[in-house]
Design a protein around this ligand. Structure first.
Ligand code: ADP
Length: 298
């Protein structure tokens, strides 16, 4: 994929910034940024000094960035945690407020834990979301259901299993083991959540920023309503999120028994299968370790 910023996108972004500012916006600088897992990104600075974060990708489905913008807006409306303001969205691009970030400082984990618990206060009786969206570049099925275990089995694990099998990323015997686990998901999730929480949905450390004031800021969501432990399991999976976030979180929103023993593995299996589908390699062994541990408990 080319990381060159297409002229069409520069023109559309400039138009959007002009519309926003009520006068011609002249771009003074465009700095390419590394770090995005999927999309090229740049820092756009106007002559006024205002800075914006632009990411783009002309090869992904055109609604992807619109859905990301809607997810950011849903998170923003909770007022529980900061997200960048959406400045504009177009065909193949998303323009956001630029977050001047710093490395996580002392106390950041606690602030993150408290804000996340606030975000996760149950807000719906049903699980799912109004429409399908994406986790990174992969489609994520959504609809509204009342049965959380069925949602997790049929709309999270199963589509990734199908994709991994169709793409020959797992063997037939691995597929059978995961199918054996799917039959047991109901039994593993008997202690269901008290209500559905709005989830960030892709909560790894790269999507958590610390503002200059040390406030947590979340980016790149894949939102839906689900068991709040799903975000925690993901945050614990890849490391990098300060470890004290969980104790601060639990002070506000206790975890049900069985999270560490069972559900964390079951919830981590979804991002692991997504990683198998995106990157293959070592993630397959890690995913199968989770499956076998869970089969031993079912
Ligand atoms: P991708 O869709 O490619 O995964 P992200 O949205 O996760 O891209 O952004 C990639 C990186 O850019 C993030 O890990 C973060 O460090 C940085 N970033 C994301 N959004 C902003 C923003 N609004 N302001 C400043 N930096 C950002």
């Amino acid at each position: 994929m080319s990381t060159r910023l297409p002229r069409r996108i520069i023109r559309e972004v400039q138009e959007r910034l002009t519309e926003r500012g009520g006068g011609a916006a002249s771009i003074a600088e465009i700095h390419g940024l590394g770090g995005g897992c999927i999309n090229p990104a740049a820092r756009i600075v106007l002559e006024t000094g205002d800075a914006f974060f632009l990411k783009w990708n002309e090869e992904l489905p055109s609604e992807l960035f619109l859905l990301e913008a809607e997810g950011l807006e849903a998170l923003r409306q909770t007022a529980a945690i900061r997200v960048p303001t959406v400045v504009g969205v177009g065909d193949g691009w998303l323009l956001l407020e630029f977050i001047d970030s710093t490395p996580f400082g002392p106390g950041f984990g606690k602030r993150l834990g408290r804000a996340l618990a606030e975000l996760h206060m149950p807000g719906s009786e049903r699980y799912g979301w109004t429409k399908p969206n994406y986790l990174g570049p992969l489609p994520q099925e959504n609809l509204w259901v009342e049965d959380w275990a069925a949602f997790w089995r049929d709309h999270r694990i199963h589509p990734q299993l199908r994709r991994a099998h169709d793409g020959r990323r797992i063997s037939m015997s691995e597929k059978r083991e995961i199918e054996a686990l799917l039959v047991r998901v109901d039994a593993l999730l008997t202690d269901g959540p008290a209500g559905a929480s709005l989830l960030h949905g892709d909560l790894w450390s790269g999507n958590v920023l610390s503002s200059r004031d040390g406030d947590p800021v979340l980016v790149d969501p894949a939102v839906y309503y689900g068991d709040h432990e799903v975000d925690l399991a993901m945050a614990e999976l890849f490391g990098g999120v300060p470890h004290d976030f969980l104790s601060a979180y639990r002070e506000r929103l206790p975890l049900r028994s069985g999270y560490v023993e069972v559900r964390r593995d079951l919830y981590q299996l979804y991002p692991l299968l997504v990683h198998v589908n995106l990157f293959g390699g070592g993630y397959r062994a890690q995913a199968m370790d989770h499956v076998r541990r869970l089969l031993g408990k079912a």
